[in-house]
Ligand binder design. Structure first.
Ligand SMILES: NC(=O)c1ccc[n+]([C@@H]2O[C@H](COP(=O)([O-])OP(=O)(O)OC[C@H]3O[C@@H](n4cnc5c(N)ncnc54)[C@H](OP(=O)(O)O)[C@@H]3O)[C@@H](O)[C@H]2O)c1
Length: 249
């Protein structure tokens, strides 16, 4: 039987657009109390207004996930407001694809900082509280890029492979003995703003010989997230690969 998410406190990073925004709407619909987190405060505020008008409870916290200090402020604010943390959705991510030969080292570092360190800092920020209560659920939004390489994606894929490895390590070390669950969600191509971060001219001008793909919508990943979070305590949905039906790789 599915567990209700009503009154669970959920932090969602990258809630200002795309998949994170859709997850926030879906969790609001389920009755969660939300912490909407990202850098673009105006978009978060607009989302909070729309959600609260519809009867949901949400606060906005501006955060750059690459800063452990800002993670601490986010957790403090959440505890001050709601008194507990049940769910963390580590969704914030960037994808400035580039070819290795172009040595766009700043972008490599940004991807490592946001996609990898941002997730680790998030886990570090909530884990002591979850261990204390012996419950909690962390969702990591990885990607098909965490399983397969593609041209121009070497560093992006490396960050997502790392999240997959970390999630498996967490499962073995923490979930099995302490009951804190972690779910890895690996979306395929999803219609969002993510591609706007691509600046390498060689990637932008590279031809795409793939047949056209009907992308997932952010709401498809939100439904997967609700499914994973709604399982009873003895069930951990470890990993979910969700792809457009006509995406091959
Ligand atoms: N779209 C796809 O095809 C696809 C496929 C597989 C996996 N994913 C993954 O899905 C996740 C969400 O991406 P999306 O597709 O929804 O793209 P998106 O619309 O561009 O959303 C990315 C989110 O990450 C936030 N973010 C970026 N850097 C941040 C930082 N330093 N601190 C805090 N927040 C930050 C952005 O918010 P601010 O700019 O306001 O901070 C934004 O809300 C990413 O992890 C991505 O890798 C996407």
């Amino acid at each position: 039987m599915e567990t209700t998410l009503k009154n669970k406190v959920a932090i969602i990073t990258g809630a200002s657009s795309g998949i994170g925004e859709a997850i926030a709407k879906a969790l609001a619909h389920e009755g969660c109390k939300l912490v909407l987190a990202a850098r673009r405060i105006k978009r978060l505020t607009a989302l909070r207004e729309a959600l609260t008008e519809a009867g949901a409870e949400a606060i906005v916290v501006q955060i750059d996930v690459t800063s452990p200090g800002q993670w601490k402020c986010l957790v403090d604010k959440t505890m001050e407001t709601w008194g507990q943390i049940d769910i963390l959705v580590n969704n914030a991510g960037i994808m400035p694809l580039s070819f290795i030969k172009n040595l766009r080292i700043d972008e490599w570092e940004q991807m490592i900082d946001v996609n990898l360190k941002g997730v680790l800092y998030g886990v570090a920020a909530v884990l002591p509280l979850m261990r204390h209560r012996k419950c909690g659920h962390i969702i990591n939004i990885s990607s098909t890029a965490g399983r397969w390489l593609f041209d121009g994606g070497a560093v992006y894929c490396a960050t997502k492979f790392a999240i997959n490895a970390f999630s498996e390590g967490f499962r073995r070390e923490i979930t099995a003995s302490e009951g804190i669950r972690m779910t890895l969600i690996e979306p395929g191509i999803t219609s969002t703003e993510l591609h706007l971060g691509i600046k390498d001219p060689d990637v932008l001008h590279a031809g795409n010989n793939q047949p056209p793909i009907t992308p997932l919508q952010p709401e498809d990943i939100a439904k997967t997230t609700v499914y994973a979070l709604s399982q009873p305590q003895h069930v951990n949905i470890n990993e979910v690969l969700v792809m457009p039906t006509n995406q091959k790789l």
